[in-house]
Design a protein around this ligand. Structure first.
Ligand SMILES: O=P(O)(O)OC[C@H]1O[C@@H](O)[C@H](O)[C@@H](O)[C@@H]1O
Length: 323
């Protein structure tokens, strides 16, 4: 092809409007990428509507993704932000969900991309900050639904999952509507794998005095985080379901890095498998990757959300970058 010396610049937006975010599909239609005009980006796999990448303007990745994660729809993604619905873990004693696989079927179903909204189009926006929101849908009638799993939870439902990228934050929100004639129970959790430089330098604040359920200490799981020290550190396998009052902040080397705020999600799971467990998880790689991740998982998992026919459960997390 012959190069043109004075070829026109690519038109990124209508003249007079601020530059817009770009949204593109991968060639194989497996994922959607959004990039703000300021350089921040996210990548979402339709399988599970799993956010698998979140980069700041300098290209610095904020999420941990296992090098052995399956991205071909054969297994829930190890890393990023898998979405847990309608059961957290397994619930053998809960009749409605007892036969569902660990963490339900939302993360193992192929979602539909419903569309994007950019800040210019969002009603009521008062700032000029560029923003892009990607909407994904999964319903009981969807062809991409994990049919094996859904057979064990035969309710009519509709899920809308929205992923909103702003220059300094990422928000994920869910609306789970009951389209059935009777109520159903569900749990919801956003299983965020935050990337950290060195887990031994991490301090988590916002958990002091909070009650928690310690999944590692099966003999004595009901505990309360002491008021002092104010921050929680990770020194071994950690798997706790906290009920904190406010935001949770992750600092590294005394520098605050992430603030996680929640809307209608009363729990926060803190999970790090540490060395032995990481070794035992087939798709966890590299095996010392536990040093570079911390799961901070906002959810409604302490009990059950009973959603009446025609009603909906809504919840959201926002992760703000502080450094
Ligand atoms: O291996 P999975 O199914 O992705 O689950 C990972 C972890 O997810 C956490 O949310 C649970 O609290 C842990 O108990 C679990 O091990």
């Amino acid at each position: 092809m012959v190069g043109r010396a004075n070829k026109p610049k690519e038109l990124s937006s209508t003249p007079g409007l601020p530059p817009q975010a770009t949204v593109t599909f991968s060639e194989d239609n497996s994922r959607v990428t959004a990039e703000l005009p300021t350089g921040e980006s996210i990548e979402v796999l339709l399988y599970g509507a799993t956010v698998i990448s979140w980069k700041d303007a300098s290209g610095d990745e904020k999420l941990w993704l296992s090098e052995a994660a399956k991205l071909d729809g054969s297994k829930a993604v190890r890393g990023g932000i898998p979405l847990v619905f309608p059961v957290f873990g397994t619930a053998p004693a809960h009749p409605q969900t007892k036969d569902l696989p660990q963490h339900g079927f939302a993360r193992t179903s192929r979602w539909e991309f419903l569309g994007k909204s950019t800040s210019e189009l969002m009603a009521g926006k008062t700032t000029n900050e560029p923003t892009v929101k990607l909407d994904f849908g999964l319903s009981s009638a969807a062809p991409g639904l994990d049919s094996k799993a859904h057979a064990h939870w035969p309710f009519k439902f509709n899920l809308i999952y929205s992923v909103t990228l702003s220059p300094r934050s990422l928000t994920t929100s869910i609306v789970a509507t009951n389209d059935d004639n009777s109520s159903f129970d569900c749990q919801v959790l956003m299983h965020t794998y935050l990337r950290v430089k060195d887990i031994t330098k991490v301090e988590i604040s916002g958990l002091a005095s909070a009650p928690y359920f310690d999944k590692v200490d099966t003999a004595n799981p009901h505990k309360t985080q002491p008021a002092e020290p104010a921050a929680v550190t990770i020194t071994g396998e950690t798997d706790r379901v906290y009920s904190p009052v406010g935001d949770v902040t992750v600092a590294e080397d005394r520098v605050p890095r992430y603030r996680v705020t929640r809307d209608n999600l009363s729990n926060v799971v803190i999970w790090n498998p540490w060395a032995d467990k990481a070794q035992a998880i087939a798709d966890f790689a590299p095996k010392d990757g536990f040093r570079h991740m911390l799961c901070v998982e906002p959810g409604a998992v302490g009990g059950w959300q009973s959603v009446e026919a025609g009603d909906a459960f809504e919840g959201a997390q926002t992760i703000k970058l502080l450094d």
